[in-house]
Write a protein that binds this ligand. Structure first.
Ligand SMILES: Nc1ncnc2c1ncn2[C@@H]1O[C@H](COP(=O)(O)OP(=O)(O)OP(=O)(O)O)[C@@H](O)[C@H]1O
Ligand SMILES: [Mg+2]
Length: 369
């Protein structure tokens, strides 16, 4: 009997996939930003995309690129107290040690503690953060190193925190400091930031929208990943599996994982058509539970009726048509349209129609209706 090997697929939030598909351009863009020095465009980056498109994974990969270049990386997730956490991270570890050796008095350390409260008040936060960044950069730049700050789930950041961060970073850039920042979040993060101070700053950022990857690349990745793990799978099986994913990154990992697992349970190293079928069913089950069901949970009955009406179309739906299918007036339907747009369950297309913003929600609703 062969020794058991580990399933190579990673269907977990933020789990690094065995092969990162279709993201080379974003990575190159960011690397160029680091290598082209202060002021290069890739140094302020926004990454958006629906749930499960690979934003967190991108932050990890880009963080690694910065670390490879000897940069220090601060990785944060937006939630209340974001700026306080950034300030304390900037001040800890060797940063504080260096500061103490520059000004080695006990009273300095004591004073900084008692200053803490006022410094961290919302009003003073932009300045506090700016100073903390500058102090850390003083130390890093002496070692020819730089500072990357990455903020995940940025759509959840408060406006105060975003303004403080934008102000502080803008200042470092003006001072030609060796700094880079990446914000990753759901697409509404961009539209939510209608505030002058934040917007001016973000206008300079490189926006990368992570979308579905091409099925050709999915097939290649499946082929290579199965082969690398000694699991035999035919081209036609790979083709069936890849089509089901529609190029959605989370589904790619789920489908790969459960097909591999189905063969593994039988103690076999050859995938059968039955394994492919069972694997796909399992993948759908997980996808429904992890993505579709949570999205629907907070919605009202009528919100859901609106979505069900939309799901009758294979692609975007005209608003008037959705109202007609619901048997309601356009005005009535418009209320729900707005609610669903605000919740980012649906999005407006360029032609003014509406489409699902949550991957596989259309398929889920069709199955359940
Ligand atoms: N480029 C990619 N190629 C293949 N698989 C990927 C890719 N990017 C991400 N994945 C896989 O997709 C899944 C979701 O990734 P990740 O958690 O980074 O998404 P996310 O956009 O941060 O989601 P959320 O909005 O829920 O935080 C993981 O299982 C990950 O392994
Ligand atoms: Mg994430």
């Amino acid at each position: 009997m062969k020794t058991k090997r580990m399933n190579p697929f990673k269907p977990t939030a933020g789990g690094e996939p065995p092969l990162l598909i279709g993201r080379n351009r974003v990575i190159r863009d960011f690397e160029k930003g680091l290598d082209n020095g202060v002021g290069a465009p890739g140094r302020i980056m926004l990454i958006t995309g629906a749930r499960g498109t690979g934003k967190t994974v991108m932050l990890t990969v880009l963080g690694d690129k910065a670390r490879e270049r000897g940069w220090e990386v601060l990785e944060e997730t937006a939630s209340s107290g974001l700026c306080e956490r950034l300030v304390s991270e900037l001040r800890t570890k060797e940063g504080l040690m260096d500061k103490l050796t520059i000004r080695p008095s006990v009273s300095f350390a004591g004073a900084s503690v008692s200053l803490g409260e006022a410094e961290l008040s919302p009003k003073r936060m932009p300045e506090t953060l700016r100073k903390a960044m500058a102090a850390r950069l003083d130390i890093l730049e002496k070692r020819s190193s730089g500072l990357l700050i990455s903020i995940d789930e940025a759509q959840a950041a408060s406006m105060e925190d975003m303004i403080a961060i934008a102000t502080a970073i803008q200042h470092q850039i003006r001072e030609r400091r060796n700094i880079a920042i990446i914000f990753a979040g759901l697409p509404q993060m961009v539209s939510d930031l209608y505030n002058d101070e934040v917007i001016t700053f973000l206008r300079r950022a490189r926006l990368n929208v992570l979308s579905d990857v091409s099925l050709d690349e999915v097939r290649n990745a499946f082929s290579q990943t199965f082969a690398d793990s000694q699991m035999t799978i035919s081209d036609s099986q790979i083709s069936v599996a890849a089509d089901v994913t529609k190029g959605y990154p989370y589904m790619i990992q789920l489908v790969g994982y459960y097909i591999w697992d189905a063969a593994d349970i039988r103690d076999s190293w050859v995938v059968t058509d039955e394994d492919v079928k069972n694997g796909i069913d399992e993948a759908h089950y997980d996808l429904d539970n992890a993505v579709c069901i949570p999205e629907l949970q907070g919605l009202s009955k009528t919100d859901r009726e609106y979505l069900e009406a939309m799901s009758q179309s294979d692609g975007p739906s005209a608003t008037a048509e959705v109202a007609r299918r619901m048997g309601k007036s356009a005005q009535y339907a418009a209320t729900y349209r707005k609610r669903l747009l605000d919740a980012y369950v649906i999005r407006e297309t360029e032609r003014g129609e509406v489409d699902f913003a949550v991957p596989f929600l259309r398929e889920y609703l069709r199955k359940k209706s």
